[in-house]
Design a binder for this molecule. Structure first.
Ligand code: AMO
Length: 417
């Protein structure tokens, strides 16, 4: 005897038989419970009047018959209504009527009864578990830094301001300043954290609250140490998902490929040249536009690469904390199929140079006093990266819209539910 708890997703009454499609609480695929009038009239009667959406508990046995698309057949011996719905479900979870994207985001918590939606978030959870395991194995310590902060690290334009007991504060755009400060005592740290970005635009790649895997490592010899770490992290994550989420990938119809290694290290100047060969003119010193990133993605795809680094950006395109070298910077972006999923670099760890960088970016060193002070007491050379969880998932799972990869979306139009 097996007990099955879950929700009634569809009901079909055919003569003396009731077929209930049940979404079990802990399985990805649905199960069809078959109630025969000829076998148990009371159970059949109960099943016949049950409403779609009801939470139920069924005892019985699997009959080892696989019904196409409807999952395994289940022969019930006991049927119990746990919670009937108060209202009709606002969306059709049988897939017969298409659900509008907006509606899907609003009712994500109901959509998650479906195998496809569950598969995405199971992969998301597995991915984060693996990232933690990988970093722990490499001696990184998980830390938690404040999300209410007095200074932004990633530029003023995307700061959410708030009133902190009469003083101006912000929601953290990233743990950048704090993870760097910690390097003076713990040379390997990481944080899996929300980023709050007041991005004004409405695109398929931006969220206003997204999640980042933030890593920082001290005593490095050059930015190459960081590139190696990130390449290893991504390759092993993709391998892990391929191995442990076979069923979920199949449900999503995704053929997740192991990345070709080593990931190319294209310099910014290389990229400009590659784009020029395709007739796209990039002004030197400007960041790449979305279109330019996408064209580069198809150029690299032709060469057999899904993942590639862009290194040595001009310093003007990068934040103050990145180390500069001859007008360029020791920074990088990592692009996956034409989209930036991570950026990072070697930081400026020398106090005087850092102060100069802050001034050269037109910022006030007084706003960063708490951060600068941490560089006075033996700060080793260091570097790290921020890896966007949703962007990584979006590209791994070949999704068109970043909103598919986060349960409750925060974008320019949405902060409820
Ligand atoms: P950056 O601002 O490039 O760098 O952010 C790092 C990564 O976070 C993701 N990301 C976003 N994803 C969705 N919507 C957004 N609005 C959004 N903003 C950022 C992207 C991006 O590559 N402190 C540096 C990292 C570092 O140097 O360690 C930083 O925050 O995938």
């Amino acid at each position: 005897m097996v007990a099955l708890q879950g929700w009634v997703n569809a009901k079909r009454v055919v003569g003396g038989i009731v077929f209930l499609e049940i979404i079990p609480e802990n399985l990805v695929q649905p199960v069809t419970a078959v109630f025969k009038k000829s076998e148990n009239r009371d159970l059949w009667k109960e099943a016949k009047k049950v409403k779609i959406g009801t939470a139920v508990r069924i005892e019985g046995e699997y009959s080892r018959v696989r019904l196409s698309k409807r999952g395994e057949e289940f022969k019930p011996t006991k049927f119990e209504v746990i919670t009937p719905p108060v209202d009709i479900l606002p969306i059709d979870l049988t897939g017969k009527t298409p659900v509008l994207f907006d509606t899907k985001l609003k009712y994500r918590y109901l959509m998650l009864r479906l195998p496809k939606e569950r598969a995405i978030f199971k992969i998301r959870a597995r991915l984060l578990k693996h990232v933690r395991d990988f970093l722990e194995k490499n001696d990184f310590l998980e830390v938690h830094t404040p999300k209410i902060v007095g200074a932004g690290a990633e530029g003023g334009a995307t700061l959410f301001e708030l009133d902190y007991f009469g003083r101006k504060a912000f929601l953290a755009q990233s743990p950048q300043l704090y993870k760097q400060m910690l390097i003076t005592s713990i040379p390997r740290v990481y944080e899996i954290t929300p980023y709050f970005r007041a991005e004004q635009h409405h695109t398929t790649r931006h969220l206003n609250e997204c999640w980042g895997i933030d890593v920082e490592m001290g005593f490095i010899s050059s930015v190459e140490d960081i590139l190696k770490l990130l390449e290893e992290l991504l390759s092993s994550t993709i391998e892990y998902i391929r191995e442990t989420c076979k069923e979920e990938l199949e449900i999503l119809g995704v053929d997740l490929k192991l990345p070709r290694r080593p990931f190319p290290r294209l310099t910014y100047d290389n990229v400009i040249q590659l784009l020029e060969e395709r007739g796209i003119k990039v002004t030197w010193g400007e960041d790449l536009s979305d279109r330019e990133e996408r064209v580069l993605g198809s150029i690299m795809k032709e060469k057999g690469y899904d993942l590639y680094f862009i290194v040595r950006y001009p310093w003007e395109t990068k934040p103050f904390y990145i180390m500069r070298r001859d007008g360029y910077s020791e920074s990088f972006d990592l692009d996956y199929k034409g989209l930036e999923i991570s950026s990072g670099g070697q930081r400026e760890h020398r106090y005087t140079e850092l102060l100069r960088n802050i001034r050269d970016k037109g910022l006030d060193p007084m706003d960063f006093e708490f951060y600068l002070e941490a560089f006075k007491y033996g700060m080793p050379p260091h570097g790290g990266f921020g890896l966007g969880v949703e962007r990584l998932l979006m590209k791994m799972l070949d999704m068109e819209n970043i909103r598919e990869t986060i349960i409750f979306t925060r974008d320019i139009h949405r902060f409820i539910p």
